[in-house]
Design a protein around this ligand. Sequence first.
Ligand code: ADP
Length: 270
Amino acid sequence: RGGVPERVIPFAQPGSTTKVIAVASGKGGVGKSSVTVNLALALAARGRNVGLLDADIYGHSVPDMLGVGEARPTPLDDLLLPVPVLDIKTISVGMLKPNRSDVIAWRGPILDRALTQLLADVHWGDLDYLLIDLPPGTGDIAMSLGQKIPNSEVLVVTTPQQAASEVAVRAGTMAGIMQQQVIGVIENMSWLETPCPHCGRTHRVELYGSGGGQAAAEALSAQLGTEVPLLGQIPIDIDLRSGGDEGDPIVVAHPESAAARALTDLADTL
Ligand code: ADP
């Protein structure tokens, strides 16, 4: 338009060998960003080249979870170099703001441009995986991504709760409309393992109920007419939460924990 050359998104080119996986959820707070960050690090621990694009305009919590909250990409010619951290490369939509505390009140077309910039104007290098942390819900960014990279795949994160599971299905339905493949559902915060105050043995407490991941997988399978599996369940773990707060992600800080092992097993399915 207007003589401006169309910018090339390398991941959308025929022959691109990068697997682009967008992580979606119906609503916020289900652990989508935590899951995305830890999956990226688990893939990197397997020796893969991994990029992590934080496209969650409302949350953009990925840099803090990785301990690089103040980092900015380095300009190189007319490209940006993503921030290297813990064996992955990352860039966040929040890094495009002049100040950290600025509120992003962008509308559709500007969001679309920002997403193009993060995909086309960043020197990602040769990636095996590009994970994209989408904003919650079925908004402009999810649609733009489906248009820009039609071969991108979608992972849906939900909690076991019925209400969360129902809105998660909508995020997957959107992916189906954009003709993206929904590769599976991840249930997060599935249970908390805690010693019983009475008998001392370890019990699983299902704080958020149960069955939401399975229900979302079944509903999406029926709706999309293709098998959408429940790929795995991640327990509630205090170290997962504190690792996110402190920029010390659990798969690196506590790889032996049940939550980190669940995340690593999940990464092996991608
Ligand atoms: P979303 O990206 O869906 O908004 P976040 O990843 O920001 O969700 O997670 C919301 C909060 O829940 C964060 O404080 C995070 O540390 C915490 N959290 C996420 N998953 C778990 C888990 N399995 N166990 C404990 N805390 C978790």
